[in-house]
Design a protein around this ligand. Structure first.
Ligand code: TGC
Ligand code: FAD
Length: 398
């Protein structure tokens, strides 16, 4: 009889292909040996160690699904998800960096960019020499990006970009940003959403850092401010129009997050289980108490469901059978559940659970951001609600 596998109760890893398993193992080895020792300091001192992008590039962890002719790994969505799981097992900030670079910057350049844009940017983004960011959210338009007010007015040879993006992962570090703005032929034109590549050093462009975040502290977040920034035609995506451009990128990043949440939840569960099997109160280990045992059982049951959901979604996407509503369901379910698991693990560790060294409160506060970005928990509920009823409930009038 095989022993029950506490890390993979329904043996989903046995369904992985050889390449996927190798990518998962090398990501796990890198994350545990190189990221884990830096995670506590990164969180407490608000540091994203500058050598991390190059390290990830050397390990082939950036642009996993991107064509090898542009420096990517040309691997599956399942492999990409497995990497996200390993990075977020250490800190959601590291997964956040890699998600933005791979899904929100490399993916749109590969999918929507000109050949010149692909050759210019993708190899450097894959190696970690360049850092990318993705500007969709604005100070007054978060859940509703369609109402954005950043504009790109057509001028001779290109566009003049004006406006501001907020809460942008990597922006203060970024060499290149994929920015979504309303392109207008004239001042009176209502405009249509298009994507532009904004480069560090362009006149009128600044990217100030957002300080004092209590969550994702090892991830650098900032604004993108555009004051009459000239964007040459060569930096515009030629054909993609409308919100479906940024949403196609978000489908990939949200999918990766549904895997990342598995890693964070698994780490909280493993640490809580070890803790309660050692800690004694009332003369017995906490692990021998009924209430604690059912908490562990619930955590493992939830994690098993999360693993199978993420794995199946990856498999369907690899077969070309993914649907954005599947992604909304998995992002919402897995991140919401990971957050619940992190809170319960924190409680099971009592006072120790609030310290950085025990690491679960670190996951817990990170997951608060993950539950909000890339579409909040409730926005994904409303996306599913619209799918289920045919009626949109984002605005009160239906
Ligand atoms: P709606 O009418 O639903 O759609 C407009 C157009 O877009 C198309 N579309 C999609 N296409 C592909 N994939 C999807 N998932 C799509 N969803 C919609 C749709 O077919 C339509 O196309 P067309 O051709 O008919 O024009 O637009 P809406 O304005 O009603 O949207 C509502 C809502 C709530 C669904 C949407 O705005 C939304 O998802 N809001 C959440 C915003 C969000 O997720 N922001 C993320 C910012 S990036 C970020 O957080 C990065 S964090 C990175 C990190 O650190 O990891
Ligand atoms: P709001 O949209 O103001 O929402 C506030 C609350 O209202 C939420 O609970 C929401 O669920 C609820 N709500 C909103 N609309 C409705 C409705 N119709 N019905 C019921 N409830 C509703 N954006 C980028 O473009 N690029 C990035 O790289 C990026 N990185 C981020 C990194 C971090 C650390 C964070 C925190 C955010 C990041 N974001 C990024 C922004 C993120 O996508 C937004 O924060 C998110 O989409 C929510 O928007 P908001 O913060 O404006 O909240």
């Amino acid at each position: 009889k095989q022993p029950f596998n506490l890390d993979d109760p329904f043996l989903f890893e046995s369904m992985l292909g050889e390449e996927e398993r190798l990518i998962m193992e090398s990501a796990r080895d890198y994350a545990q040996s190189k990221l884990e020792p830096r995670a506590l300091e990164g969180n407490q001192d608000e540091v994203f160690h500058p050598e991390i992008p190059r390290e990830m590039g050397e390990m082939g962890l950036l642009g996993i699904t991107v064509d090898p002719k542009y420096g990517g790994a040309g691997a599956s969505y399942t492999a990409y998800g497995l990497v996200a799981r390993e990075l977020e097992r250490v800190d959601s900030s590291y997964r956040s960096f890699a998600s933005v670079q791979s899904s929100l910057v490399m993916y749109p350049i590969e999918a929507f960019g000109t050949e010149e844009q692909k050759e210019r940017f993708l190899p450097k983004l894959a190696s970690g020499e360049f850092i990318g960011c993705f500007g969709l959210t604005e100070p007054n338009h978060g859940s509703d990006p369609g109402s954005m007010i950043t504009t790109a007015l057509k001028v001779d040879g290109g566009y003049k970009l004006n406006g501001a993006k907020m809460w942008i992962t990597n922006s203060p570090l970024a060499d290149v940003g994929v920015v979504w703005a309303k392109a207008k032929e004239s001042k009176d034109d209502p405009g249509v959403i298009r994507g532009f590549l904004v480069e560090k050093g362009m006149d009128g462009y600044t990217a100030p850092k957002t300080h004092n975040k209590m969550s994702l502290r090892a991830s650098v977040t900032g604004e993108m401010v555009f004051d009459d920034v000239f964007i040459p035609e060569a930096n515009a995506f030629p054909d993609i129009r409308g919100l479906k451009g940024p949403f196609m990128c978000l489908n990939n990043a949200r999918y990766g997050i549904s895997w990342g949440a598995v890693g964070a939840a698994e780490d909280c569960f493993r640490r809580a289980r070890t803790y309660v099997n050692e800690r004694k109160q009332f003369g017995h280990t906490l692990g021998s108490m009924q209430l604690i045992q059912t908490k562990l059982a619930n955590m493992l049951t939830d994690i098993t469901q999360m693993q199978l959901l993420a794995w199946r979604l990856g498999d369907l996407r690899d077969q070309g059978k993914g649907h954005p509503s599947m992604v909304s369901l998995a992002k919402r379910r897995n991140v919401g559940t990971a957050l619940d698991i992190a809170r319960i693990a924190r409680d099971m560790m009592g006072g120790n659970g609030i310290t950085g060294e025990y690491r679960v409160i670190h996951h817990m506060v990170n997951l608060e951001s993950v539950n909000t970005y890339e579409g909040t928990y409730d926005i994904h509920g409303l996306i599913l609600g619209r799918e289920l009823t045919g009626v949109q409930a984002f605005t009160p009038l239906g």
